[in-house]
Design a protein around this ligand. Structure first.
Ligand SMILES: [Mg+2]
Length: 224
């Protein structure tokens, strides 16, 4: 019998591959599109995973790779325009909010992706990377999120603190390996569009199929 997520008050979501379709990681999609230097890209990823550089250093390194290839606001927005919200995503966020849940995003994706597809969605907290452009629209830098990869768990703790909740009252919905840590600390976790067998093992529930509306059957509302 699946555990019923009755005490849950806050539901947090990953973005790439969870709320947004046609990408696994937006960074990868952007690098592929702009033709960033593959060798330096891979080296930076290895350096981050080997703890030789910080997440912020990785972030600025990859921004530099995109800048070298002339990535600007228009080009980046064109790439994002080729993606799509996951089927039922907008309806599901609105439905969960209407049932009284607080909604959060904890993601290593970009503010531009969230703004493009979910600008009017009832999202109470957005923990996500930010790109900064100069007056001509050229990519000029950004603000790295402290809450990607293993940091996602700290992101959930931060949102629980802001909401005055315990971690038991917080749920997380995600799809991939960078969600594993936060799935372990969340009171309840759901895998959607699962990309890795470890995620399938880690979560309380798996939603099969791409449509997110089954989440409305799982989170039926807050019982007072
Ligand atoms: Mg993802």
């Amino acid at each position: 019998m699946p555990r019923i997520p009755q005490p849950v008050r806050l539901i947090c979501f990953d973005v790439d591959g969870t709320l947004v379709d046609q990408t696994i990681y937006i960074w990868q999609t952007l690098h592929d599109h702009f033709g960033s230097d593959l060798q330096r890209r891979r080296q930076a990823q290895r350096d981050y995973l080997g703890r030789r550089i910080s997440y912020a250093e990785w972030f600025f390194h990859d921004i530099e790779l995109l800048r070298e290839r002339g990535a600007d606001r228009t080009g980046i927005e064109q790439v994002i325009g080729l993606l799509a919200p996951m089927p039922g995503a907008v309806e599901t966020l609105a439905g969960l909010k209407a049932r009284g849940y607080r909604i959060g995003v904890i993601s290593g994706s970009l503010d531009l992706v969230l703004d493009h597809f979910f600008s009017s969605a009832p999202i109470d907290h957005r923990l996500i990377n930010r790109f900064v452009f100069d007056a001509e629209g050229r990519l000029a830098g950004g603000e790295p999120t402290p809450y990607d990869m293993e940091g996602k768990a700290a992101g959930l703790r931060e949102l629980a603190r802001r909401e005055g909740l315990t971690l038991e009252q917080c749920a997380f919905v995600g799809d991939n390996k960078n969600d594993l840590e936060v799935m372990r600390v969340a009171g309840y976790s759901v895998g959607v569009n699962v990309k890795h067998p470890l995620v399938e093992k880690a979560v309380d529930r798996v939603v099969s199929g791409r449509d997110l509306r089954p989440l409305l059957d799982i989170f039926q509302g807050i019982l007072s």
